[in-house]
Design a protein around this ligand. Sequence first.
Ligand code: ATP
Length: 322
Amino acid sequence: MKKIAVFTSGGDSPGMNACLRAVVRTAVYHNIEVVGIMHGYDGMINNEFFPMGTKSVANIVHRGGTILKTARSKEFMTEEGRKKALENLLKHKIDGVVVIGGDGSFKGALEFSKMCNIPFVGCPGTIDNDLVGTDFTIGYDTAINTVVDAVDKIRDTAESHDRLFFVEVMGRDAGLIALRAGIGVGAESILIPETKTDVDVLIKRLENGRKSKSSKIIIVAEGDEAGGAFTIAEQVKKRLPDFDTRVTILGHIQRGGNPSAMDRVNSSRMGFAAVEALMQGKKNVMVGIIDKNILFTPFEKAIKHIQELNPDLIRMVNILSL
Ligand code: ATP
């Protein structure tokens, strides 16, 4: 392993920079040349390669976003695009690649491996925590803390006005952000794609809790089957017109901000492990941390979306809420 490339891809997540810093500094320590690729797979296609060293990653461990920028590349979805990307990797004599991204980025790497023999190792950079083979993805902890911080503020105003708030959080296919943040803010109900949302049951719970609490917060994952927060709030408003109901969509605020201490530590460990994995000859695997230990999961398995929600958590939520 003489020269490696590193890039960030898909949605950005807090901690990607800390991971990048670990990749670059571990490679430098082992006398491996490092090049950064800007703008994800698009940059690989458009030859946006540049040399990186210890100094190029100074003072970024605490910064959200990604200094390498990121992209969702339509061109890489085509064989023509992937051919161009391969030409550039060969031109730059790249022996291994670290991809920091989510399930789509690893799907792309797998597809690429049909024509490209250069080994790829992935670091799970996504706020969604929807990858198999790691307890926490890079950015997930920060995103939860961002939601908790925002909903605490909403709770203040909800309590002052005796209001019912529906707060929509990110999670198209996974309700993990909603579930953990919902527990953290003491939500009265948490609606997630993994469990059936019954509006009748929700209304009953709200009616039953009418006297016990003046403010009510319902956390809704954007991918919930009953529709987003606006759709559900409309149904509730019709049936409980005396509730003063409001909707807040937290949106992209959840992707930004300085990474939490946990995200900085985890992403540093993963970046460090990714370079050493390439040196050991590993390919097409994702680095993860399970029960505090580093382990590697083949991309095929990592992207399977079979992460089960902990049934104890769901049971607890039902007992602790309304
Ligand atoms: P996040 O979880 O934050 O959304 P992600 O890595 O899943 O991050 P995607 O946009 O889904 O983000 O994927 C990143 C990129 O990977 C895509 O824009 C595309 O260029 C590439 N990619 C995804 N799937 C494929 C595929 N089947 N074939 C080739 N490239 C792919």
